[in-house]
Design a protein around this ligand. Sequence first.
Ligand code: PMV
Length: 334
Amino acid sequence: MTGKATASAAANIAFIKYWGIRDEERILPVNPSISMTLSACQSRCTVELLAQSAESEVLLLDQDGGLVPAPERFAAGVFAQVRRLSERIGESAPMRVAAHNNFPTGAGLASSAAGFSALTVATLGAFGHDADPTELSVMARMSGSGSAARSVFGGYVEWPAGPHDSAGHAVQLAPPEYWALCNVIAIVDPSPKSVSSREGHRAAPSSPYYERRQEELPGRLEIVRKAIAARDLELLGPVIEKDAVELHLVAMSSEPPIFYWQAGTLAVLEAARRLRAAGTSVYCTIDAGPNVHLICAPRDENKVATELESLEHVLYVIRDRVGGAPTLEAEHLF
Ligand code: PMV
């Protein structure tokens, strides 16, 4: 077998967050989540099938554009996902895998969602296996990064929960061209977080605020679905900001407590409140990390980015927007 394929997949930002895992084996969430797939924060992955006698390897693109062996833990995650994919499609081969993120890895920017989506699409591509988006979503979810189930769709995406098979894959609520939202990301610390999302999912039920958030979620999900359908940022914004703050309330009060926020996180939240007080419609959300995502309309993107760039704690800003599904690319990483 000599197949080779390269895929690009984008990160996604959750409007209503997945926080709490119901089934660790199958990676099924306690609650439904809704996200927006991005376009600027991209993972690229090349997979080449090798001769049966060859040894598999995982490489990362370094800063100078060279390929270097991936750290052991990273490679183990890749091999585990490749094994699951091979079992599912009934084909296997040694392979060379190379990966690259054009944005900080492990810093609360959904790099694992983007990375595992790209790996899944590239692996199936290398084997010449066709899969529809629903099947891709199931396979990306199995990586262990549940939110990867959402990154295989573009636009606005819901990953349901519940006892039925529907929890196994995400569905698209609206395509990217339906609503041109921006996500201006304030990077206050690009370094990898010290507590993984998995640990956060596990610890979540020990928080006294966990059940309370679960009770609120059906109402919040309904508002977010309505806001997307009506393209209504004033309806969407307050609810996503509240849900993000409460995810962190749960994290900070779980056993053991998890603090993703830093001083810069609070400074950015304060800047968003200042912008709103001055009439700009902008709302924050924060994944499992210290960096803050500011959701606004394209007409306000410059104003929001300029304000963030003026803050002492903000190292730099990524201007992202709603984007499409993963793509197969002609240009390979090696
Ligand atoms: O998919 P995971 O296991 O990396 O967890 C994602 C957790 C959040 O990013 C905080 C929320 C979400 O729904 O993306």
